[in-house]
Design a protein around this ligand. Structure first.
Ligand SMILES: *[C@@H]1O[C@H](CO)[C@@H](O)[C@H](O)[C@H]1NC(C)=O
Length: 234
């Protein structure tokens, strides 16, 4: 009797173990996890012209995957399409910007855009330097600094076997932004903190002073001109 009970208990535990494993595996997406991707992000330069430095590293299992980085660019910053086109032409990068970018617009009149950075085949690590710019912000009472949020990049992958259920439709490559592929949104290890940049903002407090001085100078000019005219003998 006893060995049989033991057998049943053992069998029960075994079944329980198997079920737990399979359900857990479904949630964890083992194939996606094994991509083992990490990203380091740094931002160089000061002022309005900055540079994104990325170091992308990956485990050996993702060698057959095509990778891309998607960056949603907030209104307070922009990538310059001409500059990006130059980098693409020189084979320094392969970047697609999803819409026209007005490089003159101040932040409050600008639109967001998205950049797709396509990663060329690489072994285990690759680094990129991508220039971007901050937009002028609307002058505020008391001036100071405006904040520019830098969005966390999304890493996209197309692997021989799809590895996640969060599919993102995005352009396949830089050739045609209308041709979409189904990419996996890869969870990755972010080796950086989310950051916020600061940009100097015009001071509205100065506005009355500037207006009064401009007005006074205008008046003075008028009076001078009139006085010269009236003293000139006709
Ligand atoms: C990809 O997944 C991450 C984490 O789940 C999420 O924060 C991000 O918004 C997703 N990216 C896109 C473009 O949907």
């Amino acid at each position: 009797m006893k060995p049989l009970t033991l057998q049943i208990v053992k069998y029960g535990l075994f079944v329980l173990f198997i079920t737990t494993c399979t359900t857990a595996n479904k949630d964890l997406d083992p194939k996606c996890k094994s991509l083992n991707v990490s990203l380091t992000q740094k931002i160089d330069n000061e002022g309005f012209h900055r540079q994104l430095n990325w170091l992308l590293e990956r485990g050996p299992k993702s060698v057959h995957c095509k990778l891309a980085i998607r960056l949603d660019i907030s209104k307070e910053m922009y990538m310059n399409p001409d500059e990006i086109a130059d980098l693409n032409r020189l084979n320094i990068s392969e970047i697609l910007i999803d819409r026209d970018v007005d490089i003159e617009a101040p932040a409050h009149l600008a639109e967001e855009h998205t950049a797709y950075i396509y990663i060329p085949p690489f072994l285990d690590k690759v680094s990129f330097n991508i220039p971007f710019h901050l937009r002028y912000q609307k002058a505020q009472i008391s001036g100071g600094f405006g904040k520019v949020p830098v969005n966390k990049p999304t890493i996209l992958a197309i692997c021989p076997q799809s590895c996640s259920n969060t599919e993102i439709r995005a352009p396949c490559d830089t050739r045609n932004y209308r041709v979409m592929c189904a990419w996996d949104n890869v969870s990755y290890q972010a080796l950086f903190d989310e950051m916020e940049l600061m940009v100097p903002v015009g001071n509205l407090d100065d506005y009355p002073l500037v207006s009064i001085i401009t007005l006074l100078l205008g008046c003075a000019g008028c009076i001078y001109t009139l006085s010269v005219l009236s003293t000139t003998p006709l």
